[in-house]
Design a binder for this molecule. Structure first.
Ligand code: ATP
Ligand code: MG
Length: 396
C-alpha cells in the first residue's frame, strides 16, 4: 500500500486475493475473472475448489505469516470466503492491503458470543440466549432461555456441527460435556414457520443493496434448498431487508454479508446468525439476479459501483451433497436431459462424503414453487450410473 493509501478504485486487470479454498472462493474467483481481474487464493490445498480455477495460489494455512506475506505480495486487495480466518492475520493484512470485509465484521461473526452480544447491544431482534462458560452458567442458561434449548459452541460451527439440542434440564450437563465443555451459547428453541436469509452488499461509501429474501429449507441442519423470492409477503420481506441493512451498517461492513433469520410462528423475524460473505442461499443469484452475490463481492472489494440485485426470474436452488455418490458417480446427463432449464454447478471436490457440499442445481421459473419442484425432480434424477466412487464419512 502506498503512503497515500490504496487507490479508491481497483481496475481490471488488478490482482485480487481470496482467503479460503472452498466453493465460495471458487465462485468469487470466477466472477472476478469474468470482469477481467487476475484472481488468486490462499488455500490449504492446491487442489481445493478455488485453487483449481485460480490464476495463482499460495498454499498454506491462513494464519501462516510467511504465506500471508507471499499472499499480500500478489493480492492488491483481499477478501474472505469463510469466517474462521484469524482476526490478527486479517489485521496484519489490512495494514498492507485493502481487506473487505474488514477484520471487525469477520471477528464478530466468527464467534457466537460476540455475534449475539452485538445483536443485543444494537437491539436487533434475535432468539433468547445465555453465555455458557461454567457449570453455573449452564444452570442459569436453562433458567433464562427455557427448554428446549440448543447449545452451540461459540466458534468453529458450520452446517449444524457443534450443536446439541437439550430437552430436559437434567440432560444439559451431558450435552455440554459432549461439546467438550468449550465456551457456548445456549439459545432458546425457536418455533419457526420458515427460515429466510438476506444477502446485503455494502460499498466503501456506505451505499448498500439487498437481494430479495431467500426461503431456506434445511435437512439435518444443512441447507437443502433455497427459493427466491420467499413466500413471506411484502411486509415481512421489507422488514428482513431493512434488518439486513441495519446489521451491515452497524458492523460497518464493506463487502457482502448474509443475515439468516427465523420467521416465528407469530410472524416475528429473529436473526439466527451472520455470515460475512456470500452464502449458499445466494448461489442462485448467479443465474437469477442481474448481478450475482459474487460479482457484488468483487465490486465492493474494488470500490466499483454495486450492481442491481433485481431478479431476472424467480428461482430455486438445491444442494448436491456427497450422499448422492453412495451408489457411484451421479448421472448428470439424466438430470440435464430431464429438464433443459437446469443449471449444474459442481465444485471440483474429489472426495464425496456424507453431508459434504459437492455442488448445486439452479432452476429459473416464473413460479418460485415450480422452480423448486423442478430442481428437486432434477436432483432425484441423479441416480448413480456406475458404482465406482467410495463415499467416506467425514468433514462436510
Ligand atoms: P450454517 O453455517 O450452515 O448456517 P450453523 O452450523 O452455523 O449452520 P445454525 O445456522 O446456527 O448453524 O443452525 C443450523 C440450523 O439448525 C438452523 O438453520 C435451524 O434449522 C436449526 N436451528 C438452529 N438454532 C435453532 C433454534 N434456536 N431453534 C430452532 N432451530 C434452530
Ligand atoms: Mg446457519
Amino acid at each position: 500500500m502506498s503512503p497515500s493509501g490504496p487507490p479508491a478504485v481497483l481496475r481490471p486487470p488488478a490482482s485480487l486475493g481470496v482467503i479460503g479454498g472452498g466453493q465460495l472462493g471458487r465462485m468469487f474467483l470466477q466472477a472476478a475473472q469474468r470482469m477481467g481481474y487476475r484472481a488468486g487464493v490462499l488455500s490449504a490445498s492446491d487442489d481445493a475448489p478455488a485453487a483449481q480455477v485460480a490464476h495463482w495460489s499460495v498454499v498454506a494455512p491462513s494464519d501462516h505469516l510467511p504465506a500471508l506475506r507471499a499472499f499480500a505480495d500478489r493480492a492488491e486487495a483481499v477478501t474472505v470466503e469463510f469466517e474462521n480466518v484469524s482476526a490478527p492475520a486479517l489485521r496484519w493484512l489490512a495494514r498492507r492491503r485493502p481487506v473487505r470485509p474488514g477484520w471487525r465484521t469477520v471477528w464478530v461473526s466468527q464467534n457466537r458470543i460476540r455475534e449475539k452480544s452485538f445483536l443485543t447491544r444494537h437491539r436487533i431482534p434475535h432468539a433468547p440466549w445465555h453465555l455458557v462458560r461454567t457449570g453455573d452458567d449452564l444452570e442459569a442458561a436453562v433458567e433464562a432461555v427455557g427448554l428446549p434449548l440448543i447449545l452451540k459452541t461459540a466458534s468453529s460451527g458450520y452446517d449444524g456441527k457443534g450443536q446439541v439440542r437439550v430437552d430436559r434440564a437434567r440432560d444439559a450437563t451431558a450435552a455440554w460435556s459432549s461439546l467438550g465443555h468449550v465456551a457456548c451459547v445456549a439459545e432458546g428453541w425457536v418455533d419457526f414457520q420458515a427460515e429466510v436469509s438476506v444477502v446485503v452488499a455494502r460499498g466503501r461509501d456506505g451505499q448498500a443493496v439487498t437481494y430479495p429474501v431467500g426461503q431456506n429449507r434445511h435437512d439435518r441442519h444443512i441447507l437443502d434448498s433455497t427459493v427466491m423470492p420467499a413466500a413471506v409477503g411484502p411486509i415481512i420481506a421489507q422488514e428482513a431487508r431493512r434488518l439486513a441493512l441495519t446489521v451491515s451498517q452497524a458492523l460497518g461492513t464493506v463487502g457482502v454479508l448474509t443475515v439468516e433469520f427465523f420467521l416465528t410462528a407469530e410472524g416475528r423475524l429473529l436473526i439466527n446468525e451472520l455470515a460475512p460473505r456470500p452464502h449458499n442461499s445466494g448461489h442462485l443469484t448467479i443465474e437469477a439476479a442481474v448481478s450475482s452475490q459474487f460479482e457484488q463481492q468483487v465490486r465492493a472489494l474494488c470500490g466499483l459501483p454495486l450492481g442491481m440485485t433485481n431478479l431476472v426470474s424467480p428461482a430455486a436452488m438445491v444442494n448436491v451433497l456427497g450422499d448422492l455418490w453412495t451408489g457411484g458417480e451421479p448421472d448428470w446427463e439424466a438430470a440435464l436431459r430431464a429438464d433443459p432449464g437446469v443449471k449444474l454447478h459442481l465444485y471440483g471436490k474429489r472426495t464425496p462424503s456424507t453431508g459434504r457440499k459437492m455442488g448445486h442445481l439452479t432452476v429459473l421459473d416464473p413460479d418460485p414453487e415450480a422452480a423448486l419442484a423442478r430442481a428437486l425432480a432434477a436432483r432425484a434424477a441423479l441416480k448413480p450410473r456406475v458404482a465406482r466412487t467410495r463415499v467416506v464419512t467425514g468433514r462436510g
